[in-house]
Design a protein around this ligand. Structure first.
Ligand code: PAF
Length: 285
């Protein structure tokens, strides 16, 4: 069932809570692919009722990013969700979420601002304010849906770690469930932004997973020095790749590592054909 207003979702949730149902939330920005479907299937298998939010959140896009051209496929998303047994697809307008004038700054909206230590690195470095927008909308969705469980993908590992931190720091009564990255056979991590890639770019985009897999192999062969591990990446890069970062950080608190260990996650962001792609791997997986 497609619902566009907060009051209608609330009314339905109230009924479900009266019945004692366990409610799961899968927050998305739509353009659903197999990666999202893996979260949805996990939610369906572990909760009585499942809400998928489908909302391209304007306040998490930075100036110059792809807010206007971000893929919007609501009709297909709803069909896919309904055929899989999702109970509610919640797709509010920006006005429904933020009032008549969607705020571009926190001058007029109460924001949830995650700690600087978690955002001054990786994607947060180039996407200033992005995680404020993510935490704010996720917090609003938690308040609207009041889920027992919420499902997030490890593809956006920095986002997942920041959301876990927000939930802990603000005592939000929800359990965060993390779900593994889903990849094409080629190794390319699924992402809504893959839609922007030409066939040629798609081949070039494999550089991200190749670099990560190579680093993992070197680590498993005994190399732990991060500097040496980073150097192995340069063999894979050519002028079609614009590397933004390749970083090693603690998988729980994002502390930078000089020596890799089993709890190290390697994060990469690289532009291919003008499309910014991210990926990551846990060294001990
Ligand atoms: O990961 C996403 O798609 C978004 O950042 C999220 C969590 C749905 C918030 O808009």
């Amino acid at each position: 069932m497609l619902i566009k207003t907060i009051s209608e979702v609330r009314a339905q949730i109230k009924e479900w809570k009266k019945e004692g149902f366990i409610v799961g939330l899968v927050p998305t920005m739509g353009a659903l692919h197999e990666g999202h479907m893996s979260l949805i299937k996990k939610a369906l298998s572990s909760c009585d009722k499942v809400v998928v939010s489908d909302f391209v959140n304007p306040i998490q896009f930075c100036p110059g990013e792809d807010l206007d051209k971000y893929p919007r496929t609501l009709d297909e998303d709803v069909k896919l969700c309904e055929s899989n047994g999702v109970d509610i697809v919640f797709s509010p307008s920006p006005e429904e979420m933020y009032g008549n004038e969607t705020p571009k700054t926190n001058d007029f909206l109460t924001y949830v601002v995650p700690p600087f230590f978690y955002v001054n690195k990786l994607c947060g470095k180039s996407r200033v304010g992005h995680f404020d927008g993510v935490c704010t909308v996720v917090n609003k969705l938690f308040n609207i849906v009041q889920p027992d469980y919420a499902f997030f993908g490890e593809k956006d590992a920095q986002q997942l770690i920041i959301i876990k931190k927000m939930v802990k720091d603000l005592n939000i009564p929800v359990e965060i469930v993390s779900c593994p990255i889903i990849r094409e056979k080629s190794g390319l991590a699924l992402s809504s932004r893959n839609k922007y890639l030409s066939d040629e770019d798609k081949k070039e985009a494999l550089v991200l997973s190749k670099i990560l897999n190579n680093i993992k192999t070197c680590y498993q062969n005994g190399v732990t020095d991060v500097k040496s591990l980073k150097e192995t990446a340069f063999n894979y890069l050519n002028d079609k790749h614009e590397l933004e970062y390749l970083e090693f950080a603690d998988a729980d608190n994002l502390e930078e590592k000089q020596q890799a260990d089993n709890n190290t996650r390697v994060f990469i962001a690289c532009k291919v054909g003008g499309v910014r792609l991210i990926d990551n791997i846990l060294l001990n997986q």
